[in-house]
Design a protein around this ligand. Structure first.
Ligand code: THU
Length: 133
């Protein structure tokens, strides 16, 4: 594992361990580094009305916006399980809003980064703020 990822993995794991997931039991954590170097975390938060739960990425983005930041340099998303824990469709769009062509999405498990993708690989031909002009 690249040592440059280590601190980020620890932060993502801490976020993951805060997940409130009594229904799915599937913990996810997300950590954002903004272009200016600030750090924001989120976890998934479920509730008894199952579809109203929120994803870890959405929590981290909300924290980022509350922190006055709007530009994601990289985001680490961590979950357990055999398959990659890739951001859901809705979260791809949420990440896209605050991304540029260099933004990296690191798909992780506690053992390390499993795959790193650019936003454009995760959400090609995306609709963003410029499309509204
Ligand atoms: N989930 C996330 O928080 N992020 C993802 O990237 C994938 C899925 C959450 C939603 C739900 O609480 C649980 O994982 C199972 O779908």
């Amino acid at each position: 594992m690249s040592s440059s990822h280590q601190t980020w993995l620890e932060r993502a794991e801490s976020a993951m361990n805060r997940a409130y997931v009594p229904y799915s039991k599937f913990q996810v954590g997300a950590v954002i580094e903004t272009v200016s170097g600030q750090v924001f975390s989120g976890c998934n938060v479920e509730n008894a009305s199952y579809p109203e739960g929120t994803c870890a990425e959405a929590g981290a983005i909300s924290a980022m916006v509350m922190g006055g930041e709007h530009r994601i340099r990289q985001i680490y998303v961590m979950g357990r399980g055999k398959e990659l824990v890739t951001p859901c469709g809705g979260c791809r769009q949420r990440i896209r809003e605050f991304s540029d062509e260099h933004t990296q999405i690191h798909i992780c498990a506690p053992e390390g980064v499993r795959k790193s993708l650019l936003l454009n690989e995760l959400l090609p031909f995306s609709f963003g703020p410029d499309n509204l002009k």
